[in-house]
Design a protein around this ligand. Structure first.
Ligand code: NDP
Length: 448
């Protein structure tokens, strides 16, 4: 637990003020535990109450979203935007549309985003938003009406130099298009206010691939530095079959690995010959169907009900790319018992804290989300740069910059893990410290 009175006091106060916010408190605890060592070495942090100021969001907006479904019935949802920290740049972070979305989840994601964005080395503060709207089974017109209503409130809080949202679970190119269209209509201006835009109206090449590709670039560095190995010849299991999972599969395969399992929230598929990604893309990206349809199209593949069983599939590298808390201690132990050498997080906080600690203690490579999935937001940052310059870079140019950023993020987290913790496997603490340091210094410099 905490080593200092200062951290204990701050966390106790946070628990009291945010009672019942499980995900937010979990993320905050993990961060405070690992940056304590840096705080101890820098007395200004306590003198200037930097930890308290860092944990409190600068602004939290909750609003009503009313829309009309295809049957003509009124529907009411709840919208959120947290503007967490703007010490190093305008707020930046995705929008999530999922029935589980609530204040705790938005705040946990916003807090993580502050450190993630700092790690990218680009000038971006942290924010996050979304709604408890469930896009599953909705028509394109229903999605459009929801997005228009959502933006009719959100527009007053965002702007290209203020807060730049992007996609997350349930928000892809289609939703960003509707949100952008409504912002443009209301403000009467064409600006880079959202990222993840379509290529015909200011989007960046390689943004779609960026989080999954970036995850593999980071994992590649970790495999090299910590186990002197690579993806070549490795068996990989990837949870999820959304944006992050699909492009993690694509890059891992390009780097010589064989991906044998993927999932959605109903179950997982196992294909011993290596998953045919074109089939998954057709089902998930084009038809918006269910992963179990894969076995009807690919001979020899198996489908298993229940998504958690995926962690019992034998693999060298596991990549949780679906959602938070999808991998617990027991499942981590099963992976290790089956010979897994690396758990690389693509989703946000997919590994429970006890499981992450177990992996680090057992010298299994554990790449923490805020570092290893930062490729998405980094490329969003590159989209902002291209919008400001009013020009577009080629796919290769963006991909090369993404690659360089991921290598830098790995080096920053690896160096901090060695310097502050004395354990190169503790990339979790390394990433937290490297990300926090920059934000804290900027906060000190700017006064209260
Ligand atoms: P998508 O909506 O594209 O895909 C999410 C996938 O996860 C779907 O296949 C979904 O299945 C599946 N899923 C949801 N819950 C579970 C579960 N409990 N078990 C197994 N599968 C599940 O989202 P993204 O790929 O964009 O995001 C995935 C994660 O990555 C999130 O944590 C997100 O915050 C994070 N992330 C995304 C970034 C991006 O650029 N997109 C950037 C950084 C982080 P179903 O269809 O059944 O719901």
């Amino acid at each position: 637990m905490f080593k200092t009175e200062y951290a204990k006091r701050v966390y106790a106060e946070l628990e009291k003020k945010n009672a019942g916010e499980k995900e937010f408190l979990q993320a905050a605890k993990e961060i405070v535990e690992s940056i304590e060592i840096y705080i101890q070495k820098n007395p200004k942090m306590e003198q200037q109450k930097i930890l308290e100021r860092f944990l409190e969001p600068e602004r939290f907006v909750q609003f009503k979203v009313v829309w009309v479904d295809d049957k003509g019935e009124f529907q009411v949802n709840r919208g959120f935007r947290v503007q967490y920290n703007s010490a190093i740049g305008p707020y930046k972070g995705g929008l999530r549309l999922h029935p589980s979305v609530n204040a705790s989840i938005i705040k946990f994601l916003g807090l993580e985003q502050v450190l993630k964005n700092s790690l990218t080395t680009l000038p971006m503060g942290g924010g996050k938003g979304g709604s408890d709207f469930d896009p599953k089974g909705k028509s394109d017109n229903e999605i459009m009406r929801f997005c228009q209503s959502f933006m009719t409130e959100l527009y007053r809080h965002i702007g290209p130099d203020t807060d730049v949202p992007a996609g997350d679970i349930g928000v892809g190119g289609r939703e960003i298009g509707f949100l952008f269209g409504q912002y443009k209509r209301i403000r009467d201006e064409f600006t880079g206010v959202l990222t993840g835009k379509g290529l015909t109206y200011g989007g960046s090449l390689a943004r779609t691939q960026a989080t999954g590709y970036g995850l593999c670039y980071y994992a590649q560095e970790a495999l090299k530095a910590l186990k002197n190995t690579s993806f070549a010849g490795k068996t990989v299991v990837i949870s999820g079959s959304g944006n992050v999972a699909i492009y993690a599969n694509e890059k891992a395969t390009q780097l010589g690995a064989k991906v044998v399992a993927m999932s959605d929230s109903n179950g997982y598929i196992y294909d011993k010959n290596g998953i045919n990604l074109d089939v998954v893309k057709q089902i998930k990206e084009v038809e918006r169907g269910r992963i179990k349809e894969y076995v009807e199209r690919v001979k020899g593949a198996e489908y298993h009900d229940g998504c958690r069983g995926i962690w019992s599939v034998k693999c060298d590298i596991a990549m949780p790319c679906a959602t938070q808390n999808e991998l617990n201690l027991e499942e981590a132990k099963t992976l290790v018992a089956n010979g897994c050498i690396a758990v690389c997080e693509g989703a946000n906080m997919p590994t429970e804290l006890e499981a992450a600690k177990y992996l680090i203690e057992n010298k299994i490579i554990f790449t923490p989300a805020k570092a290893s999935n930062a490729g998405g937001v980094a490329t969003s940052g590159l989209e902002m740069s291209q919008n400001s310059l009013r020009l577009s870079w080629t796919f290769e140019e963006v991909d090369q910059r993404l690659h360089d950023i991921m290598v830098n993020i790995f080096n920053a987290s690896y160096s901090a893990a060695k310097e502050y913790v004395g354990n190169p496997f503790d990339l979790l603490a390394g990433a937290n410290i490297a990300g926090f340091k920059k934000v804290a210094e900027a906060m000190v410099a700017q006064g209260i």
